[in-house]
Design a protein. Structure first.
Length: 307
């Protein structure tokens, strides 16, 4: 039969010190049991003290919340993760509602503004009616492709609204530099410059002519004219083709060419519809498309936040 003995802590410490000199086997066994009983008592006393401290800390909280909070503490299993958070609580942000409200306000303003204009603007209808160009434009894509044929030639003119912000900043800085200069009485055209790329291929032979230029203030500023022996290499819109084109000689900068050569190339392009009409149309279409894309972006962003 195992004997259990409970004594005060201070008395146990004093007793252990006085009994450490005894070496009898039976006494040693009794001594060890007595020591283990005292250690258990010390652990119980420590645990009780911790619970008392915890209850005192809880008493500083409003009495209305103490019962539920204490119940949660007691019900937590010993192997529970300290920082577990439910998926629903983790997925809901504090500013989701206010962000959705701001997006709604902005979207409402833009849609009300757009409602005052026809779905197909007049400049677009007029351009398509009087020019042989066809326009390929997909919502969500920042590139616009204009195509046409000219005899045995296939012509593709591409531009992107992604460059509008950078080009707009450069354009505005140039305008600020020109402030203070005398006005000659003629109001210049103020259209943002848009970078464009032209490619011309022929059905009767190999090769591709590529022209890099900028549409600005009613005319095209040619930057470079390149020729590729392989028409596929000159027209493909892939990363591999773009990498291969970097290793091909692209010719000199257009402005370094003989003035007579420059003028004839510009006439060559104008005859194929790359003229003042197209140069005025591209920036105007880019601004109209950018507005459409902005409204679509607002809708998509709001839909995602509201999920």
């Amino acid at each position: 039969m195992e004997m259990c003995l409970f004594v005060p802590v201070d008395a146990a410490k004093h007793l252990f010190k006085n009994l450490e000199g005894f070496t009898s086997p039976s006494f040693t066994n009794f001594y060890n049991r007595l020591k283990m009983s005292a250690l258990r008592a010390l652990r119980q006393l420590t645990a009780s003290s911790s619970r008392v401290v915890a209850v005192r800390q809880l008493s500083t909280v409003s009495h209305r919340f103490v019962p539920s909070l204490a119940a949660r503490i007691v019900s937590i299993p010993t192997n529970a993760r300290a920082f577990s958070v439910s998926a629903r609580r983790f997925g809901e942000g504090a500013v989701d509602i206010t962000l959705s409200q701001k997006l709604t306000e902005e979207l409402k303003y833009e849609e009300e503004t757009a409602a005052g204009f026809p779905e197909t603007p007049g400049f677009l209808s007029q351009f398509l009616k009087t020019n042989p160009w066809e326009i390929q434009d997909s919502l969500g894509n920042d590139e616009v492709v204009m195509t046409r044929t000219f005899g045995n030639e296939k012509i593709r003119l591409m531009f992107s609204i992604a460059d509008m912000d950078a080009m707009e900043e450069d354009f505005e800085s140039e305008e600020s530099e020109s402030e203070g200069q005398e006005n000659d009485g003629d109001d210049p055209l103020h259209t943002f410059p848009i970078r464009a790329s032209l490619s011309i291929t022929k059905t009767t032979g190999p090769g591709c002519l590529n022209v890099d230029m900028i549409a600005q203030e009613g005319h095209f500023v040619v930057e470079n004219v390149a020729f590729y022996q392989d028409a596929k290499l000159g027209t493909e819109l892939t990363a591999e083709a773009d990498w291969k084109r970097r290793g091909v000689y692209l010719g000199p900068q257009f402005e370094t060419l003989d003035v007579g050569v420059q003028e004839e190339i510009e006439k060559y392009l104008a005859e194929r519809g790359v003229n003042e009409t197209a140069a005025l149309f591209i920036p105007e279409y880019a601004e109209w498309k950018e507005q459409k894309e902005y409204i679509s972006w607002l809708k998509n962003l709001k839909s995602f936040v509201d999920q």
